[in-house]
Design a protein around this ligand. Structure first.
Ligand code: WA2
Length: 283
């Protein structure tokens, strides 16, 4: 009899976990497709028209009104590729200097992002990726060089060489106390063939469309819709580095018996994720 109950419990937790993992993965995939479409929108209406047919006001309105298409994202933004030789002209045209990302202590960071003018100008680099267009929810990153942040920089380099949507490892996003991830698509100045080489892609790159995901608050929202929080404990992990997995959502793991692991595919083959579920209480 007891064996039968145990078996039923295992089946229940497995089904609940798989369902939640699939929902999270599907919503992630939906928003990833829409972020991809935004990269094409910028390519068509910013780079494809002279003068550009999108300004901050249009981009801000459009991205706010279509935010329902990007569940789990906290905001989208567009950073332009600027070479050092173009910096002076770029800064004159925009009326601001390219800023450096400050990932220092939180107090200082909060004060600074209230007024980007408090940020330090970027030191000289070969090239920059200042944010020029943003959804209102992430307006604090406008004028910041996204190549001056380690995770954002790695994403930009990988996105433009691959032509695919790429994800960062979890890290603390600006103006957020949670771990998050950034999704990046490169924007190119020509229509590249599917089999274009990394060199051809890097050469044709004109900018980067990115979305930020505040994972804890967004997974929380998703799980809330399923009313099971009294029953099960859910964790989401980045397991890319098996010897140093990162807990992106959920409490420190506690041993309350049987654990079920559901796979999660967020569309970037170089990052691995999984969901782990267990019952809150022993039977
Ligand atoms: N967006 C929002 N908050 C962040 C962040 C970010 N990156 N990085 C750190 N905190 C414009 O890949 C290009 C968005 C980066 C895109």
């Amino acid at each position: 009899l007891n064996d039968g109950i145990q078996l039923r419990r295992r089946e229940t937790i497995a089904n609940m976990c798989d369902e939640r993992a699939r929902m999270l993965q599907d919503q992630f995939n939906v928003s990833m497709n829409h972020v991809h479409a935004l990269a094409i929108l910028v390519s068509t209406f910013y780079h494809g028209k002279h003068p550009p047919a999108i300004d901050q006001k249009t981009f801000g309105e459009y991205t706010e009104r279509t935010s329902f298409e990007r569940p789990l994202t906290s905001g989208v933004a567009y950073a332009l590729r600027v070479c050092h030789s173009e910096r002076e002209k770029f800064e004159k045209e925009h009326g601001w200097t390219i800023k450096m990302m400050d990932t220092g202590d939180q107090d200082q960071t909060l004060a600074q992002y209230c007024d980007p003018e408090n940020l330090d100008p970027s030191p000289i680099q070969d090239e920059y990726a200042p944010v020029i267009l943003s959804q209102e929810t992430v307006s604090h990153i406008v004028s910041i060089d996204m190549m001056s942040g380690k995770e954002d920089r790695e994403n930009i380099l990988r996105a433009r060489a691959s032509g695919k949507g790429v994800l960062t490892s979890p890290f603390k996003l600006l103006k957020s106390n949670h771990l998050g991830v950034v999704l990046t698509f490169a924007v190119y100045n020509t229509h590249l063939r599917q089999d274009a080489t990394p060199e051809e892609r890097i050469k044709a790159t004109v900018g980067y469309l990115g979305a930020s995901y505040d994972v804890p608050s967004l997974v929380e929202k998703l799980l809330h819709q399923l009313a099971s929080k009294q029953t099960i404990v859910v964790n989401v992990y980045d397991t890319t580095n098996v010897s140093a997995v990162i807990n992106m959502y959920g409490p420190e793991e506690i041993d309350t018996g049987f654990l079920h692991v559901s796979s999660l595919d967020f569309g970037d083959p170089s990052r691995k994720h999984e969901m782990r579920c267990r019952f809150k209480h022993r039977p």
